[in-house]
Design a protein around this ligand. Structure first.
Ligand code: SAM
Length: 336
C-alpha cells in the first residue's frame, strides 16, 4: 500500500465518476470490500487511504452533486477460518467507516448484485482455489511426482497450474463483475514475476521458498521420516503470474476496462532480512497446509531445517535473488 498509495489516490481523483455510480446520481452509502484481508493490519491502512481519497473526491464535487459525503461500509473478506476476532478487536478507532465481516471464498459471489462501489485485493490472488487435479493424478501427464509445486517441474505441470490460475481469476472477476455497480472501481495488487518464467529451466530453480521446502521434504523421505507417496500427493496451491498473462485473463473476461496497470518491485523482499524472520514468515503462511497433509510432527523440523539452510548460505537471503514483483491493476466495471 505504501508503494501504490499515490497511484490509488490519483486514480480515485481522476477515474471515480461519482455521478454515475447510482441511477439517481446520489449515494447514501458507499460500499468497499477488501478480498483476502487476513487479520487486518495491512488492510486498515489500505481502507484508510481509499476512504480518505473518496471523501476528498466527494468534497471536491460538492457543488456538482449537491450532497454530503456518503457513509462508508467496509466489508472485510477472507476464508471462514480467518481470525476475524483479531481483526475486529484491532479496528482503528478513528476510522471513517462501519466495518463488517464477509466470510467465504472470494472465488464465489459474496455480495448482492450491483451493490459494491470499490473492490480491493492485495497479495491474495496468488492463492488457487485448489491444487490442479492433474498434478496429483498418477495417470496424468501432469503428475508432479517428487515435487511440491511447479518450480523446476515439467511443462505439463506448469500448464496445469497456469490453467487453474486462469480459471480462478476468471471466477473472481465474474463474481466481482456481478457485485460491482457500473462504473465501480477495483484495485488489485497481485504478486507475480515480470516475465513468463521458464519454470522448468535452471535459471528458475532455487527462486522460491518452495524449492527449499521441497528439498527438505525429499531429504526427510530419504531418511524414512515421511513417505515418498506423501510428497507425491502434496502440492502448494499458489501461483505467481506475469503481467501479460493477467492482462489476457482480464481482457477475456470482458466486464472491465483496464484503467492502469503497472509493475513495482516487491518491497517485502527488503523487509525480511534474517534467516529466522524468513523461516517464521513462511511457517505462518504454510504451516496449516503442511500440518493438514503431513501432520504436525514434522513442521518444527521442516522450518528449523529451512532456517539452517538460509543461515548456512546467506546468499539465499539476498533480495536480488528474489525476482518477484507486485502487479498493480486498476479496473473499471464497464457500463451495462
Ligand atoms: C498474504 S495474505 C494478504 C493479506 C492482506 N491482504 C495484505 O495485503 O497483507 C493472503 C490472504 O488471502 C486469503 N485468501 C486466500 N485465498 C482466499 C479465498 N479464496 N477467499 C478469501 N480469502 C482468501 C488468505 O486466507 C490470507 O489471509
Amino acid at each position: 500500500m505504501d508503494v501504490v498509495k499515490p497511484i490509488i489516490e490519483e486514480e480515485i481523483t481522476k477515474k471515480l465518476d461519482i455521478t454515475r455510480l447510482s441511477s439517481n446520481g446520489l449515494i447514501d452509502s458507499f460500499w468497499i470490500a477488501d478480498f483476502g484481508c487476513s487479520t487486518g493490519l495491512n488492510s486498515f491502512l489500505a481502507m484508510h487511504v481509499i476512504t480518505e481519497a473518496i471523501q476528498n473526491k466527494f468534497q471536491s464535487q460538492r457543488s456538482i452533486i449537491n450532497a454530503e459525503s456518503p457513509e462508508f461500509y467496509v466489508f472485510f473478506n477472507d476464508h471462514v477460518k480467518n481470525d476475524f476476532n483479531t481483526l475486529f478487536r484491532s479496528l482503528p478507532p478513528e476510522r471513517h467507516y462501519q466495518a463488517a465481516g464477509l466470510p467465504g471464498s472470494f472465488h464465489k459471489r459474496l455480495l448482492p448484485k450491483a451493490s459494491l462501489h470499490f473492490a480491493y485485493s492485495s497479495w491474495a490472488l496468488h492463492w488457487l482455489s485448489q491444487v490442479p487435479n492433474a498434478v496429483t493424478d498418477p495417470t496424468s501427464q501432469a503428475w508432479n511426482k517428487g515435487n511440491i509445486y511447479y518450480g523446476g517441474a515439467r511443462q505439463e505441470v506448469c500448464d496445469a497450474y497456469s490453467s487453474q490460475y486462469a480459471k480462478d481469476i476468471e471466477s473472481f472477476l465474474k463474481a466481482r463483475a456481478n457485485e460491482l455497480v457500473s462504473g465501480g472501481l477495483m484495485a488489485l495488487l497481485v504478486p507475480g514475476f515480470p516475465i513468463k518464467f521458464d519454470y522448468s529451466g535452471p535459471f528458475y530453480k532455487g527462486q522460491m521458498v518452495m524449492d527449499h521446502i521441497a528439498s527438505i521434504l525429499i531429504d526427510m523421505a530419504k531418511k524414512g521420516r515421511i513417505s515418498e507417496e506423501k510428497i507425491d500427493s502434496f502440492n502448494f496451491p499458489t501461483y505467481y503470474t506475469f503481467p501479460e498473462e493477467l492482462k489476457a485473463i482480464i481482457e477475456r473476461n470482458g466486464s472491465y476496462s483496464i484503467e492502469r496497470m503497472e509493475i513495482f518491485d516487491n518491497p517485502g523482499k527488503y523487509a525480511i532480512t534474517t534467516a529466522h524472520a524468513h523461516a517464521s514468515v513462511y511457517r505462518a503462511v504454510f504451516e496449516d497446509l503442511m500440518t493438514n497433509h503431513f501432520g504436525s510432527e514434522i513442521v518444527d523440523e521442516v522450518f528449523d531445517s529451512y532456517r539452517q539452510k538460509l543461515e548456512a548460505s546467506s546468499a539465499l537471503l539476498l533480495p536480488e535473488k528474489d525476482k518477484s514483483i507486485i502487479i498493480f491493476v486498476l479496473l473499471k466495471r464497464k457500463l451495462e
